[in-house]
Design a protein around this ligand. Sequence first.
Ligand code: ADP
Length: 506
Amino acid sequence: MNEHVIPKTRPALSPAVERWLASERAMLIDGRWVQAQSGKTFATHDPATGDVIANVPEGDKADIDLAVKAARRAFETGPWARMTPSARGRLLHKIGDLILEHADELAELEAIDNGKPKVVAKAADVALSADMFHYMSGWATKIEGKTIPISALAAPGLDLVSATRLEPIGVVGQIIPWNFPLLMAAWKLAPALTTGCTVVLKVAEETPLSALRLGEIMLEAGLPAGVVNIVTGFGETAGAALSGHPDVDKIAFTGSTEVGRLIVRAASNDLKKVSLELGGKSPNIVLGDADLDITIPGCAASIFFNHGQCCNAGSRLFVQKNIFDRVVEGLTAEARKIKLGHGLTEDTQMGPLVSQVQYERVTGYLASGRSEGARATCGGEGLGGQGYFVPPTILVDTKPEMKVVREEIFGPVLVATPFDEVDDALIAEANNSVYGLAAGVWSRSQGKAQQIAHRLRAGTVWINCYHVFDAALPFGGYKQSGWGREMGQAVLSNYLETKAITTNLG
Ligand code: ADP
């Protein structure tokens, strides 16, 4: 079963990253790099070897309080509050440029902290992060209200003109996960900044490093003190303090649906605005007429990209009966070709899962699938030993009620099911999930694929492609996959309030 040979030690770091890691790591509060008020730190690990990479401050409520104060001050007074939209846009653009300038270093940090291959981090995470800042920089000067004709009051001496102003919502608390540490920071920070908000960002405890490096880049670009504060710490302490903080106007969260519920409860005390990007169990539907040359690698990537640690992973595959065996065979062959290894080894295509906790969670699902009668055509068990490696796994002979079919595994595990016809039963089964984040359809018939896409209850549907993300495309979930949208013009409303101003000219 175990054909994968994982190197025992980490390949050498670049001099730039080696130097950076040798210096003390701190959090960014009010433009300064500081330790936690408590003086406590915690370690972040390389998930391929289990070795400690660095110690970072363990921020908690006291540090969140300071960060929120700094963000409030920066929002109300100071250079940020007076900066023109054009200057704000140029600043964001510069951050995007600097991300690209430091692409290698950021990708390397992502590889050692998260486990993903450096080449993938550079091509996807880093490139998309830069693009997010570049794209959002253009919106700074285009946040426009409307003039609105008034009919309600017509009386002598009244000559009313009304207009809306879109204003930044204020101090924003942002809480992000570990699966795309830099990119999730970019998805959150860029739209908040382009609208003129200030931010306290709580990064994931598993992967704090790239966001701290991004903090340095943002200061280098000229971001004034207090506009972005970055706190490292745990969810139950720092995260909870931020989501319940009385001086935070809005919480933007990406992570599990379970924690999303806690965030909503914490934010409900003072009815803060909340946006959520949560879990998924996305259906990926292959019709009998699909072009298998693109469908098989596409479906493999839909689940195995980022080790399946994507909220939008195409984790429930439905294949029309006449081609089911061919597709599963093809996917199994693709899965077996994927080379596992350290993220810094050049030919690595899949790294370890991010942590022991995730390893246990994913292998627990594999055990549950086995015990309920599912059969693995490849993979099926964690590699054990050093590092948190789980090989690409495809499960067949599943039943709709099995846990592996119903619940989000967040690992490289696909469940594949045959179907007879494209009919109401297929659509109902595809939609039979508490989630509604994404979906895929593979067919040579554009008409059929579009009709299916319209009936799927999901925020994103990809036809004959998967994982296509763009800063211009809104992304988010139906049902328990979230509230609101990330990216595109749509995300701006997460960070804006609408004010109607009416003047009597008479
Ligand atoms: P995952 O299950 O993918 O690890 P989580 O939803 O647990 O994702 O974590 C995503 C983010 O939410 C992390 O930054 C984590 O620290 C934070 N978090 C976890 N628990 C809480 C909580 N109770 N309140 C606020 N934030 C939390």
